[in-house]
Design a binder for this molecule. Structure first.
Ligand code: BDR
Ligand code: CA
Length: 308
């Protein structure tokens, strides 16, 4: 797998989960502008991998702005560094001397087994890869991204941050016809860093555990201040967790489109939960069994839909 990220407090935990779980084979980490500027998200990725003692995974920096328009960072949530809270060491590793999209291309071309792309930031790098190197498509097993929502947003009333930051990129990914799993706010708002979770990090009695605790304490403060939440939703690790154990998140196969032009809703994900749109905008398997793949009717199986 390849992780494309914009660390970011929850991206940091997603990275740690990915490199720490023996069931995953992380071949590369690529960074994108989002929560903070590209130089900061890249430095933060190196800091986190250094903290985890990971030296053998290449890191490459990607796009420093969305495909269209200006970058607006999430300093209110992630602070001036993008990873405010703990006192983190200067990065030990160095970035690969190639663009993130080129690193992705080479990694996918260089392995016989299809690669899973996990994206936890704006989809700028992933969209560029698909647009500029369509030959890599057979080498991609599926794309799992954190972003969007079946419900309301967090950056605009209906727009989630990663999609609002680069709606055109999300549109390319969702129209790609590849298997895509969307891990939206409707899922991630169930994964909270409660005081009990933070206490578990502290109880590890390691530098890594303390850093995770301090990251979540800062994140909790930001979510309390900005949204009035008691506990912060830890979005990005859910995308990694869903790859580790797909049964952890029930998915349904439905059409998902991105609003590109709405007066108030640019960047909103329009999720056709009830199969009402009557088209195949995502190219996904919406006609399976003549329904949208929702198993709420109670057949007890985890849906095998890919746009969850
Ligand atoms: C997403 O936006 C970022 O602030 C987080 O890192 C996460 O990827 C949540 O909307
Ligand atoms: Ca992120």
């Amino acid at each position: 797998m390849i992780i494309d990220c914009d660390p970011g407090h929850d991206d940091a935990l997603a990275l740690l989960l990915a490199v720490g779980d023996p069931r995953l084979d992380v071949r590369g980490v690529t960074t994108v502008a989002g929560n903070q500027t590209l130089d900061k998200t890249t430095t933060n990725a190196l800091r986190i991998l250094g903290l985890a003692g990971v030296a053998d995974v290449p890191v490459a920096a990607g796009h420093d702005r969305p495909l269209s328009g200006e970058l607006t960072v999430a300093e209110d949530i992630h602070g001036a560094s993008g990873l405010d809270g703990p006192d983190l060491d200067v990065p030990v590793g160095a970035v690969a001397g190639i663009h993130a999209v080129e690193l992705m291309r080479r990694l996918i071309a260089g392995t016989a087994e299809p690669v899973t792309l996990i994206a936890t930031g704006p989809l700028t790098n992933v969209a560029s890869l698909l647009r500029d190197h369509p030959e890599v498509r057979p080498g991609i097993d599926r794309i799992v991204f954190m972003g969007g929502s079946t419900e309301r947003g967090n950056t605009t009333p209906y727009g989630e941050f990663n999609i609002v930051t680069d709606p055109e990129a999300a549109d390319i990914v969702l129209r790609s016809g590849l298997p895509v799993t969307m891990i939206g706010l409707n899922v991630t708002h169930q994964a909270l860093a409660t005081p009990e979770v933070i206490a578990e990090f502290r109880a590890m009695e390691t530098r890594l555990g303390d850093v995770c605790a301090e990251l979540m304490v800062f994140f909790a403060g930001a979510y309390r201040r900005v949204f009035g939440f008691d506990h912060p939703p830890v979005h990005d690790p859910i995308a990694v967790a869903q790859v580790i154990d797909p049964a952890m998140v029930r998915t349904v196969t439905v059409g998902v489109a991105v609003e590109l032009t709405g007066t108030y809703t640019r960047g909103a994900t329009v999720v056709d939960l009830h199969g009402r749109a009557g088209d195949d905008r995502t190219g996904d398997d919406r006609t399976r069994n003549g329904r949208t793949g929702d198993d709420r009717a109670g057949d007890g199986r985890t849906g095998d839909g890919r746009t969850g």
